[in-house]
Write a protein that binds this ligand. Structure first.
Ligand code: 13P
Length: 249
């Protein structure tokens, strides 16, 4: 059975005091839910976040990591460093990493492997750009992103993978994929995984939708059968909005 998940990707927002304040408010307001709730503050605030949430069910996850074990990679963070402060899940492949930091499928495949080798969980993001959708190429783009970064993995690795479909045109734009568009793509993703592996793996992997999810649209999107939750950007920075989105699942 796959899990329901609502995760907040805070991106490059919130200093230490603001992080602490938002986590305290979130922990206090968290509704009763069967969903797993995760937050991804910035690297410098991760250790503090783990401490603040010690007695909460909210999990702290990282926004990125490097593929090397250690060494001369100025400014980078390794899997061991994350694990050493109690962070066991990492977001990889976010479209902002792909676009601004030139992370391609090959680099992402290395990062995924590095995280899994350390027994971390990976929340793998992918999604098409606006031109891809306009030209009807969105299914091909998504299929190749999945294939290049994930389809060489052993079947057993898939229990450590969470997928997050984030169409680039819907991220931070206020424009959301319609619930039907999300469902159509999520069903396609499951079909693609069934063909590459099998129906059990495809049926067990959680597939989150991300891109301008708000309290006003969350319920309809989460109501679709192949949507298992959301990866939330802007709306995860306000406790009341994030809590409302969690409530919508
Ligand atoms: P927004 O919810 O701000 O559109 O961001 C989505 C996202 O990129 C989450 O990773």
């Amino acid at each position: 059975m796959r899990s329901k998940i609502v995760a907040g990707n805070w991106k490059m927002n919130k200093n230490a005091a603001e992080t602490e304040a938002l986590l305290t408010e979130l922990a206090a307001k968290l509704p009763d839910t069967n969903a797993q709730v995760m937050v991804a503050p910035t690297f410098v605030n991760l250790a503090g976040a783990v401490r603040s949430l010690e007695s909460s069910v909210i999990q702290v996850i990282a926004q990125n990591m490097h593929f090397a074990e250690s060494g001369a990679y100025t400014g980078e963070i390794s899997a061991d460093m994350l694990l050493s402060i109690g962070v066991e899940t990492v977001i990889l492949g976010h479209s902002e990493r792909r676009a601004y930091f030139k992370e391609d499928d090959e680099i992402l495949a290395q990062k995924v492997k590095a995280a899994l080798d350390k027994n971390m969980k990976v929340m793998f993001c992918f999604g098409e750009e606006l031109e891809d959708r306009k030209s009807g190429n969105h299914f091909n783009v998504v299929e190749s992103q999945l294939k290049n970064a994930l389809f060489s993995l052993d079947a057993s690795a898939w229990s450590s993978i969470i997928l997050a479909y984030e169409p680039v045109w819907a991220i931070g734009t206020g424009e959301t994929a319609s619930p039907e568009q999300a469902q159509e793509m999520h069903a396609f993703i499951r079909k693609t995984i069934t063909e590459a592996y099998n129906a059990t793996i495809a049926g067990n992997v959680s597939i989150l939708y991300g891109g301008s999810v708000k309290p006003a649209n969350a319920k309809e999107i989460f109501g679709k059968p192949d949507v298992d939750g959301g990866l939330i950007g802007g709306a995860s920075l306000k406790a009341d909005d994030f809590v409302a989105i969690i409530g919508a699942i």
